[in-house]
Design a protein around this ligand. Structure first.
Ligand code: PFF
Length: 450
């Protein structure tokens, strides 16, 4: 049996895992939610969810993956043979596959916006709502961009864990962080900076409603890639010296910082144009922002060009590091379960996701009338994965680690066989046994009956 692939360095581990976490969830979904839920109060609740629910569940996924050293499905059959726990793995792999199909569609939009920014088409457009609607309802363009995006993902995944995922993350994540810093630097000089910063930093506690708490939890899970096999698969490539707690802490910090900085790029820009609302939902990044770039840089169009291009390149890179992790979940499973070559397994995933992606992409146009439970195909995929499987997955993972797995295994993994001192071990177990299952159970019920 050939030796299993692994990441070559600690930095590689942190950058690959944060590559999975940092994505459209941070720069597209997080600002939408902050805008819709009233700003700083939402952010505060979000940070508490990351610390007390996200990090413990992330550590659990890491320890399951590293202990089992196999793909997300076989990990559970190895640690809990002959039990229904395998369903956490099965639904996780299925979710990763479905998420890639619809996430690839929005990732394709970022590619189109990057191209449109680069060739000057975006700055030349007058009506950004029409620009967006024409594009997403076009019968072939969104399909093409989605397919190209999934093929780009394929090119990285097929090269393997060290030569593909790790190498790519080591180049792209620093580049992504650099672009964010430049863009945040630029946004300091905008007239709306103060208002934008106040919106993000000055909490109005009267806005903390049940909905805000539950939305923040759901968003934290999506953003940290929790509950669907991604982190478990990546952790199966960790070495025995990887400090799981520290890695989870670093990933959570990077992920949260990027989301916040994303807010610092977007809201000062939005508040620089009188009369625009921060509460624009999904259109914030694709309709409001291009409009803002156009208006605030009217007198210096070349600056607007650079700002807009950098922003959409940033969005595209963030999406790409996440689609790679989604692709790897199913590729690793097919490769190991069916003993297919990595290349063949990756092709199967690419072809399958593009096939499903066509239906998701067209659900904004020619297939928009096809609905199930009043949801379009795209919305249905999103609902089933982000709203059902991810919270349920997170809940069962915490129950699995807190109640089912032998405590000695959990301790051995978290302390690297006793080599590390973990002062909060008891608190970690308490969070897993009681806090996480109850709180996540609540998100689930909320999402289901909303
Ligand atoms: N965390 C990614 C984001 O914030 O965009 C989305 C994601 C990636 C979710 C990988 C789940 C996953 F397994």
């Amino acid at each position: 049996m050939s030796e299993r692939a692994n990441f070559g360095s600690k930095m590689g581990v942190i950058l690959a895992a944060s590559g999975s976490a940092v994505g459209l969830g941070n720069i597209w979904r997080f600002p939408c939610m902050v805008g819709e839920n009233g700003g700083a109060a939402f952010i505060l609740v979000y940070i508490l969810c990351v610390m007390f629910l996200g990090v413990p569940v992330m550590v659990s996924e890491f320890l399951i993956g590293r202990r089992a050293k196999t793909n997300a499905i076989e990990a559970y059959s190895k640690l809990a043979p002959g039990t229904p726990w395998i369903w956490i793995g099965i639904t996780g792999v299925a979710a990763a596959f479905l998420i890639l199909s619809y996430y690839g569609v929005v990732a394709g939009w970022t590619l189109e916006y990057t191209v449109a920014s680069a060739v000057g088409e975006l700055s030349g457009a007058k009506d950004y709502t029409a620009f967006f609607n024409d594009f997403v309802s076009n019968p072939w363009k969104p399909v093409l961009y989605m397919a190209v995006f999934i093929l780009l993902t394929h090119i990285v995944v097929v090269r393997g864990v060290r030569e593909g995922i790790e190498k790519f993350s080591k180049i792209m994540m620093p580049l992504l962080l650099l672009i964010i810093c430049v863009l945040v630097g630029c946004s300091f000089s905008l007239s709306g900076f103060e208002e934008g910063a106040a919106f993000l930093l000055r909490p109005d506690f009267s806005k903390v409603t049940n909905k805000v708490i539950l939305d923040a939890m759901g968003q934290a899970f999506f953003s940290m890639s929790i509950g669907m096999g991604c982190l478990c698969t990546y952790a199966s490539y960790f070495s025995k010296d990887t400090d799981l707690m520290k890695t989870a802490g670093s990933v959570a910090t990077i992920d949260t910082l990027v989301a916040l900085l994303g807010g610092f790029i977007i809201f000062p820009a939005v508040f620089s144009v009188p009369g625009l609302s921060a509460d624009a939902g999904a259109g914030l990044v694709f309709i409001t922002l291009p409009n803002v770039f156009h208006l605030i840089f009217q007198n210096v169009p070349w600056l607007g060009y650079i700002f807009s291009l950098m922003f959409y390149v940033l969005l595209m890179l963030a999406a790409l590091t996440s689609t790679i992790s989604l692709h790897e979940v199913s590729t690793a499973y097919i490769h190991e379960r069916l003993k297919w070559s990595r290349k063949k397994a990756a092709w199967a995933v690419t072809a399958g996701c593009i096939f499903l992606g066509v239906f998701c992409a067209l659900s904004f146009g020619v297939l928009s009338e096809i609905k199930l439970f009043d949801l379009t195909i795209f919305d249905l995929f999103d609902f089933v994965t982000a709203k059902l499987i991810m919270p349920l997955g997170g809940m069962f993972i915490s129950i699995f680690t807190g109640w089912y797995l032998e405590r000695s295994i959990v301790k051995a993994e978290v302390t690297n066989e006793g080599k590390l001192k973990i002062p909060f071990f008891k608190f970690y177990i308490f969070l897993l046994k009681f806090v996480a299952p109850v709180c996540i159970g609540l998100i689930f019920i909320n999402e289901l009956f909303k």
